[in-house]
Design a protein around this ligand. Structure first.
Ligand code: NAD
Length: 249
C-alpha cells in the first residue's frame, strides 16, 4: 500500500503525538506526499522530528489534555500555514494495571489524554476542516484493545473504544460537509510504548497470537493513515481500519 505520489501538495496536516513512534512515521509520510505538517507534542522542542520531515513541517509544543492549549495550538497552526485540512489524533499513553490496583488518577489521565485530547482537537479544528478545498480529513488512532478489550487495560481500552464512538458519530455529523472521519486500530506495534510495557514472556505470548507472526512497524500503521488522508479514500468514512497482522478480525 505504499503511496508515492505527492497528492497532498498544498494541504496542511496536524499530527498530535508526532515526536516519535507511529505519529512521527505518519508525519513523515504526509510530508513526503507534499503536505505541510504541524507536529504537536509535549517536549519543548521537536528538532529531531522536524529534521526527519526534511523541512516540510513545524513543531508546536502542546499538551493535548489542556483544552485551552489545544485551541491556541490550532490557531497558531492556521496562522502559520493558512489552512488546516487534515487532523491526526495520535497522541496517547498507556497506564496498565488490573482494576483493583488502578488508581482513579490513572483512569482520569488516560481518558484526558487519549479521548478528551482528541475531542478538544476535533472541536478546535473542525471549522477549519470544513473549509478544506479537497475535503477535510480526521483520522483517530484507536487500538485493537478498543475493540477486543484486554485484562489490565480497562482505562486504555475505554479510551480507545471511546475514540471509535467519536469517529462514527462525527463521521455522520460531518459527512454532508465533505469531511471524512475514520479510525485506524493498530495491533502490536514496535514503538517506545510497547518497548516500555510489553516485555519477556508476555511479549512472546502476544507475538504467538498474531497470525502474521510478528510485531508491526510504525511505518505500516502510518501507511494506512496516509491512505485515509489521500484522494483514494474519499468515499470512506466512519470506518475502523485494523492494522494488526490479523490479531483481531
Ligand atoms: P509512543 O509512546 O512512541 O508515542 C506517543 C506520543 O504521544 C509521544 O511522542 C508522546 O510524547 C505523545 N504524547 C503523550 N502524551 C501527550 C500529551 N498529553 N500531549 C501531547 N503529546 C503527548 O507511542 P506509539 O506507539 O507511537 O503510539 C501512538 C498512538 O498509537 C497512541 O495513541 C497509542 O495508543 C496508539 N497505539 C499504539 C500501539 C502500539 O502497539 N504501539 C497499538 C495500538 C494503538
Amino acid at each position: 500500500m505504499t503511496a508515492t505520489s505527492r497528492d497532498l501538495e498544498g494541504r496542511t496536516a496536524l499530527v498530535t503525538g508526532g515526536a516519535q513512534g507511529i505519529g512521527l512515521e505518519t508525519a513523515k509520510l504526509l510530508a513526503a506526499a507534499g503536505a505541510r505538517v504541524a507536529i504537536c507534542d509535549l517536549a519543548e522542542s521537536g528538532e529531531a522530528a522536524l529534521q526527519a520531515l526534511g523541512g516540510a513541517g513545524a513543531y508546536f509544543r502542546c499538551d493535548v489534555s489542556d483544552a485551552e492549549a489545544v485551541e491556541r495550538t490550532v490557531g497558531a497552526v492556521v496562522e502559520r500555514f493558512g489552512t488546516l485540512d487534515i487532523l491526526i489524533n495520535n497522541a496517547g499513553i498507556a497506564i496498565d494495571g488490573l482494576l483493583l490496583r488502578m488508581k482513579r488518577d490513572d483512569w482520569e489521565r488516560t481518558i484526558d489524554i487519549n479521548l478528551s485530547g482528541a475531542f478538544y482537537f476535533c472541536k478546535a479544528a473542525v471549522r477549519h476542516l470544513l473549509k478544506a478545498r479537497s475535503g477535510g480529513r480526521i483520522v483517530n488512532i484507536s487500538s485493537v484493545v478498543g475493540e477486543q478489550g484486554n485484562a489490565g487495560q480497562v482505562a486504555y481500552s475505554a479510551s480507545k473504544a471511546g475514540l471509535i464512538g467519536v469517529t462514527r458519530s462525527l463521521a455522520r455529523e460531518l459527512a454532508g460537509r465533505g469531511v471524512t472521519v475514520n479510525a485506524v486500530a493498530p495491533g502490536f506495534i514496535a514503538t517506545r510504548m510497547t518497548d516500555d510495557h510489553v516485555q519477556g514472556e508476555n511479549r512472546e505470548r502476544l507475538v504467538a497470537a498474531i497470525p502474521l507472526g510478528r510485531v508491526g512497524e510504525p511505518r505500516e500503521v502510518a501507511e494506512a493513515v496516509r491512505f485515509l488522508c489521500g484522494p483514494g479514500a474519499a468515499y470512506i468514512t466512519g470506518q475502523v481500519l485494523r492494522v494488526n497482522g490479523g490479531l483481531y478480525m
